[in-house]
Design a protein around this ligand. Structure first.
Ligand SMILES: [Zn+2]
Length: 192
């Protein structure tokens, strides 16, 4: 089961996805709200925390989550204090009851990852793309529009027609024709 536990939070935070199952995992921790009590509404333990990238709105709750659940974190860049374990490009990872593949997708930030499970057609896209053809900003430190476009194109080439849902770092999940939103984002990022 996948749920955005930052839903309805009015704060500067990313979405935070709790995925329960054999490996109960948190995708990003969010910021500026009490994520612990939200998690505890659903589970008393977390096996792993995965970080799509290390912008403040995705990671500021890492210390409190570590402290409350005695859990370690996985991300691309272990030089970041919030990342305990490195994820390599195309490494497979247990999340919920599925196996996801990590895709290194820089452009918004150099350490950005997407997580994709072909078997169930689910992708966690971080801040690479958003609903309706929106895409991650590239004007922050380490951002690069050309690299972002390459990453969006890589995601488009990787997902199959069975893709059913993209869970993005901000805004609503994309559950209707998600491949079209990826292609729209690639086009929009090229034009703007
Ligand atoms: Zn970001």
């Amino acid at each position: 089961m996948i749920q955005n536990i930052a839903n309805n939070i009015q704060a500067f935070t990313s979405n935070v996805f709790l995925v329960t199952g054999e490996t109960t995992a948190l995708i990003d921790t969010g910021a500026n709200f009490d994520v612990i009590s939200r998690i505890e509404e659903y589970t008393e333990h977390i096996d792993r925390v995965y970080l799509t990238h290390t912008h403040a709105d995705h990671i500021e709750n890492v210390p409190s989550v570590r402290g409350a659940f005695d859990v370690e974190t996985w991300g691309y860049d272990t030089t970041q204090d919030v990342v305990d374990h490195a994820i390599q490009d195309e490494e497979t990872l247990p999340i919920g009851d599925e196996t996801y593949m990590a895709l290194h997708t820089p452009g918004h930030k150099p350490d950005h990852l997407c997580l994709y499970a072909a078997d169930v057609g689910v992708c966690f896209a971080g801040d690479l793309i958003f609903a309706n053809g929106s895409f991650g900003r590239t004007d922050l430190e380490g951002g690069n529009r050309k690299t972002l476009i390459q990453s969006i194109n890589r995601l488009a080439d990787t997902v199959t027609d069975d893709l059913t849902a993209i869970y993005t770092g901000h805004g609503p999940a994309i559950t209707s024709h998600p491949q079209e939103d990826i292609n729209m984002a690639a086009q929009a990022a090229q034009m703007q």
